[in-house]
Design a protein around this ligand. Structure first.
Ligand SMILES: [Zn+2]
Ligand SMILES: [Zn+2]
Length: 342
């Protein structure tokens, strides 16, 4: 239990109504990322010593504002952009806070929204998402911006006959499929190791699906995409989810790594040049990406993935379900029962 903070300057105190639970919360909960070959990157070695207050998909109502805040007032409902940078480096100057070397991400470096209240460092990180379902709006802060930013990295290269593969049909993969569809791409192939998730992928708009654990998965993916797999977005991020699309990508194709499952690669170098393959990492998204995805959702062109609402007291079970791949779609904490008791 901590004191509810008093906002100073441009700060805002939000009363949290919803907060999405993300797979990266599982990694943060474990306290490390798997680098492969038995190596681990520990959060504590990056100055992130527990206890941390996680929660980086916040939606809430403005409770109090600092004296310099003019653009919101008490009672306004807003999504909070969590990927905040130092505010003074070249990346932050250009609106690319996700490339900041000294990030102050809400729910990681700064206390997050698995809490009744959240202190936001500046009102410019608040985004009006009125018109969008509350639980879905919360998830746009991380999963929405993450998908939007990954798709922006492939869309300039896509031709009409090209296919896009989505690897991993958890909450992010399903949202990415809906987002590609909402942006007008039809040639989407979903890859996962579970039939239930592939079924959900079809429901979100995937035209084809491939069981990525089939022994002939590469051939199945090549056939499904008729030799025109132009891009793959990997929401799992393990060696096998790299190998599958990498083997099938057409020349000039792009592989985007988003998932943090972990592992390592050993890759022959000449074919990367000879095939002109781009291998790109993509971490969450910018404030402009959040504004973009909110606009897309508001236009009605973005179908929400399945979302389960749970009370905050179930967080431990939710994280375990995500860790054991038992979760379908997204889970969002609903703070209404907790707020009623305050
Ligand atoms: Zn996240
Ligand atoms: Zn910075």
């Amino acid at each position: 239990m901590r004191e509810t903070p008093e906002p100073k300057g441009s700060e805002v105190v939000m009363r949290i109504t919803h907060c999405g639970v993300c797979h990266s919360d599982v990694h943060l909960w474990h306290g490390f990322f798997d680098l492969g070959a038995g190596r681990k990157a520990y959060l504590k070695d990056r100055g992130l010593a527990p206890p941390l207050t996680l929660g980086h998909e916040p939606l809430g109502v403005v409770e109090a504002v600092g004296p310099d805040v003019k653009d919101v007032r008490a009672g306004d409902k807003r999504v909070v952009y969590p990927w905040i940078g130092c505010g003074t480096c070249w990346a932050c100057d250009e609106g690319l806070s996700t490339l900041c070397a000294a990030p102050r991400n809400i729910g990681i470096a700064l206390p997050g929204a698995f809490a009744t209240h959240l202190l936001v460092p500046d009102s410019r990180y608040l985004v009006d998402a009125s018109g969008i379902d509350d639980a879905f709006a919360a998830t746009l802060a991380c999963s929405g911006t993450t998908c939007y930013s990954a798709i922006a990295k492939i869309s300039p290269q896509l031709r009409a006959a090209d296919w896009v593969a989505v690897l991993g049909c958890g909450g992010l993969g399903l949202l990415a499929i809906a987002m590609l569809k909402g942006m007008g791409y039809d040639k989407i192939v979903a890859c996962d190791v579970e039939d239930g998730k592939l079924e959900a992928a079809r429901a979100q708009g995937a035209a084809r699906v491939v069981r990525s654990d089939r022994p002939d998965a590469q051939q199945a993916l090549a056939e499904a995409t008729a030799g025109r797999l132009a891009a793959a977005i990997d929401f799992v991020g393990m060696p096998s989810t790299f190998d599958l699309p990498y083997a099938v990508l057409r020349k000039g194709g792009t592989y985007v790594l988003v998932g943090l499952h972990g592992g390592e690669l050993a890759l022959p170098l000449p074919p990367i040049a000879q095939r002109s393959i781009a291998i790109i990492g993509s971490f969450v998204g910018t404030l402009a990406d959040l504004h973009g995805v909110v606009e897309l959702a508001r236009s009605g062109k973005l179908q929400a993935p399945p979302i389960a609402m749970k009370p905050p007291g179930e967080l431990g079970d939710i994280l375990r379900a995500l860790d054991e791949r038992r979760a379908m779609g997204r889970t969002v904490l609903d703070f209404s029962s907790v707020q009623a008791r305050i």
